[in-house]
Design a protein around this ligand. Structure first.
Ligand code: CTP
Length: 402
């Protein structure tokens, strides 16, 4: 179950060429179990057909203040009441001005005025219009009402202009929507998360590593942010986008990761070590590419620092410590051993062998073992849902600590 399951989202589309992009967002919201109803301004209907949005949302599209089919209903009040979130995307300069000044001269603006729940606004317009002091003042005004504003991207626009004004991307919007629904259990916390593999080079083009993709660590970072934490992510090389609102420090080797963890430790209240750190590194790094036949057939290795163990040895001074145990056999025994040996508060034991639970999978099946001897076996879940369950347990342990 996603945080979007059964959530009622009212999507307000206004007159911008970017209107076609949100058709895909409707599908994405529904794929995650959200229920979408669309309201379109008159100008929006010139850019994309209400029929398209009706087909994609599976609901009638509202375009006018007065419903011919049910004249006894008051659509703006009912629509405002019946939804968990009002998402206005793309939001034109005109609609933003309407919102700022509390105008109620079309259905969407009237709904916004009658909405007491969360409102997210995604501006999209020509960059000169966006940067105009009037638009900026209107955005500041709607922010002061508590509306969330998702800054547009910079880049080339349909009008040929280049600059800020392009509708932001779906992943940013998705994270903002999830943030409005996530419980704010980490609002006071500064979470330090490590993710991904490390690479241990033995010449300028070759390294030792492992197949970690960083998905679990990035899911932890995104969900911690959704739950209100300040998040620092220390990441080995991955192909993943940094979740919005997360500070990411990129590293390559275990030694670099260790240095960054120690540097950021002071402000952290929770540390989660989801990274798959290489236990060994080549004893020497050749300055130039090793040529065929030139290298010995064995590679001398030296041990890398065990970052988590080092943290555990600090004892009392520590933030709450969460480790991962990636195991292919004797999972629980090995997890319990690492929990104790590294002096952790919680360990997340996962099976790296299965197709659904291995390194690159989008799902995971983990068991949580805590310092008090509690054991919680989670079912097969998406990595995002697994992350939320880990934060639930971390929240309980933090409460015990205080
Ligand atoms: N870890 C670490 N530094 C290392 C190795 C591991 O901080 N050099 C952390 C990992 O991020 C993880 C936990 O320790 O949170 C356990 O990692 P894992 O690879 O499962 O175990 P190891 O301690 O390396 O033991 P083994 O390889 O014998 O299973």
């Amino acid at each position: 179950m996603s945080l979007l399951t059964d959530k009622k989202i009212l999507l307000g589309i206004t007159g911008s060429i970017a209107a076609y992009k949100v058709a895909d967002w409707v599908r994405a919201l529904r794929r995650e179990g959200g229920q979408v109803t669309v309201v379109m301004t008159e100008s929006a209907c010139r850019f994309i057909s209400p029929l398209t949005l009706a087909a994609l949302s599976g609901n009638p599209v509202h375009t006018g203040m007065f419903s011919a089919e049910a004249p006894e209903t008051i659509p703006h009040i009912n629509l405002a009441r019946e939804h968990d979130l009002l998402l206005i995307a793309p939001a034109s300069a005109q609609t933003i001005a309407r919102l700022a000044h509390g105008l109620a001269d079309n259905l969407l603006a009237t709904i916004a005025l009658a909405t007491s729940g969360p409102i997210l606004v995604c501006p999209a317009m020509n960059s000169v219009m966006f940067q105009h002091p009037a638009t900026q003042a209107n955005l500041a005004t709607i922010r002061s009402y508590g509306y969330g504003v998702l800054e547009p991207d910079c880049g080339k626009m349909a009008c040929g202009e280049e600059g800020p004004g392009r509708l932001t991307d779906w992943e940013t919007v998705r994270q903002a929507i999830l943030s409005t629904f996530a419980p704010k259990t980490l609002a006071e916390e500064h979470v330090l998360i490590t993710a991904g593999p490390t690479r241990e080079a033995f010449d300028p083009v070759r390294f030792l590593s492992n197949p970690s993709t960083g998905k679990m660590g990035y899911a932890l970072a995104a969900t911690a942010r959704q739950r209100g934490a300040t998040v620092t992510l220390i990441s080995g090389p991955t192909a993943l986008a940094v979740p919005p609102g997360v500070k990411c420090i990129q590293v390559t080797s275990a030694v670099e990761m260790q240095a960054e963890v120690m540097r950021c430790l002071d402000t952290a209240t929770i540390v989660v070590k989801a990274a798959a750190v290489s236990d060994y590194r080549p004893a020497e790094k050749e300055p130039h590419k090793v040529k065929k036949g030139q290298a010995a057939l064995s590679l001398p290795l030296v041990a890398n620092p065990d970052i988590l163990k080092e943290l555990g040895e600090r004892g009392q001074k520590n933030p709450l410590l969460v480790g991962f145990a990636a195991e292919s056999r004797d999972h629980l025994k090995e997890g319990a051993r690492k929990l104790k040996e590294k002096n952790l508060d919680l360990i997340v034991v996962n099976d790296i062998g299965g197709a659904e639970t291995g390194f690159a999978a989008d799902t995971n099946r983990v068991t949580l073992l805590d310092r008090n001897g509690a054991k919680e076996e989670l079912p097969l879940l998406s990595k995002e849902e697994t992350a939320h369950r880990i934060w639930d347990t971390v929240g309980r342990l933090m409460t015990d600590n205080r």
